[in-house]
Design a protein around this ligand. Structure first.
Ligand code: FAD
Length: 416
């Protein structure tokens, strides 16, 4: 089934054009080759020739994306990107995410994309040349190393990894895990505490991000953590007296927490627009199956349970979509989006989870087979309720922001 993307009359022409071009590439180049592009086989492992063909196919699609001027939409042209505005990129993501994995063919791959944003904003010209440009050209890979096994990732102020100044160097010691891209990465951006971890601290002003090439002595990738019963590239890493030059520091000392929040803030909106694109795909699959499958003397679409799934999924998608667009517009307009970012971070992954769950139910056993993307989506949706801050933390933030207003004698601005 092809995705159906029509112009949205309230959007400017450029955004509609970007969405249209993206949809054409997805429909014509990616969906017909969805399995071959990632060398996915129905029976057994992919052969070397499957993998070789997959590489060739991916390069051909990437060339078309570049020709269409949509490569690396999150970066400015002077660093090899398409130079899309925040809103343009957000709207594009909804279309792009219709096919799982398509973003990588457009030069947007987490965690590289978040790291590119940090390098762009906090990096020196030298750092941009050395790390950002090769990342964008696909000549390097990177990881973002913040979460630690012994500390709660949902409270990043508790990080224990230290960086100590020694002459012209930083010396890092610590233990991280769930550093995505750990096996592939050429360098990590490591979140470190740059003060005595046991001293008094409010935490926020004590964090600094430092670039660590993976081949630096003392960087030990212990293992890739198995996720959902599969091999992954989310790695456990020990930094043991790792010495890097002081010029590898990103931004000023103590700016690490603010930089991480910025990275995550915009990233959460992009992730939510991605989730919405995937919800549309799950929805299309669900409705398509409901109109074709005969059970107990009638098509699934005639059963009221299934009609309920269709209606509830439509409501979930539209609610998620409007909340996310509202948040993106607020960010674009320079408003304070923090409460809305937390709201979409709670609502959208849960809605995505519900929609995919219903689509799987309608498809029966096929829903969890490797023949459809639904099982992968289901795992992705569940994971999103943990990654980038678990639901509970965002609920607490929403309540805190709202209550603060009322304690200051104001009510919430409902029009905002
Ligand atoms: C697939 C995947 C990829 C990831 N990639 C990266 C990466 O590249 N780099 C990186 O640094 N990290 C990464 N992470 C880690 C991720 O950011 C953390 O898992 C997340 O921040 C939660 O931290 P935690 O796992 O330590 O859970 P904890 O902080 O231990 O929290 C556990 C649970 O406690 C509950 N909880 C927490 N706080 C409160 C509260 N105040 N009140 C009530 N309940 C609460 C929540 O239910 C939460 O799920 C990744 C995680 C996943 C799953």
């Amino acid at each position: 089934m092809k995705m159906n993307v029509n112009p949205i009359p309230t959007l400017d022409e450029r955004i509609n054009q970007i969405r249209d071009t993206t949809a054409r590439i997805i429909n014509n180049e990616i969906l017909p080759n969805e399995r071959a592009l990632w060398a996915l086989r129905r029976n057994g492992d992919a052969s070397d020739s499957d993998r070789g063909r997959a590489r060739e196919l991916r390069l051909a699609v990437q060339a078309k994306v570049k020709q269409a001027g949509l490569w690396a939409p999150h970066l400015p042209p002077e660093y090899g990107g398409a130079g899309l505005s925040f809103l343009e990129h957000a709207y594009m993501n909804e279309v792009l995410a219709y096919c799982l994995g398509a973003a990588s063919l457009f030069g947007v791959v987490a965690p590289n994309s978040g790291n590119q944003k940090i390098l762009l904003k906090y990096g020196t010209e030298e750092q941009k040349k050395k790390w950002l440009v090769p990342l964008t050209e696909g000549k390097m890979q990177s990881g973002f190393s913040m979460t630690e096994p012994a500390q709660p990732g949902s409270d990043p102020r508790s990080i224990k990894t230290t960086a100590r100044r020694d002459g012209d160097d930083w010396v890092l010691n610590g233990h991280k895990w769930f550093t995505s891209n750990g096996k592939r990465a050429d360098f990590f951006i490591v979140m470190c505490r740059t003060e005595d971890p046991d001293g008094p601290s409010d935490g926020h002003g004590k964090m600094t991000q430092i670039i660590v090439p993976k081949d630096t002595p003392g960087v030990k990738v212990i293992r890739a953590v198995e996720v959902w019963g599969h091999d992954s590239d989310h790695c456990e890493i020990v930094y043991d007296d790792v010495r890097v030059p002081a010029e590898n520091q990103l931004g000023r000392t103590g700016s690490g927490h603010a930089a991480a929040q910025e990275r995550l803030g915009a990233g959460r909106v992009y992730h939510c627009m991605n989730s919405i694109g995937q919800m549309w795909r799950a929805f299309d699959l669900m409705v398509e199956r409901a109109t074709m499958r005969e059970v107990h003397g009638g098509k699934l679409e005639t059963k009221q349970f299934i009609q309920g799934f269709i209606a509830d999924s439509y409501i979930d998608i539209q609610a998620a979509r409007l909340m996310t667009i509202h948040c993106a517009e607020k960010m674009d307009g320079g408003g304070d989006p923090r409460t809305d970012i937390s709201a979409i971070k709670v609502f959208v992954p849960a809605a995505y989870h519900r929609v995919v769950d219903r689509a799987i139910q309608v498809w029966g056993a096929a829903g969890i087979s490797g023949d459809l993307p639904l099982a992968a989506m289901y795992q992705g949706a569940r994971t999103l309720r943990l990654a980038d801050g678990p639901d509970e933390v965002h609920r607490i933030l929403i309540a805190k922001n709202v209550l603060k207003r009322y304690h200051a004698g104001e009510s919430w601005d409902f029009g905002n």
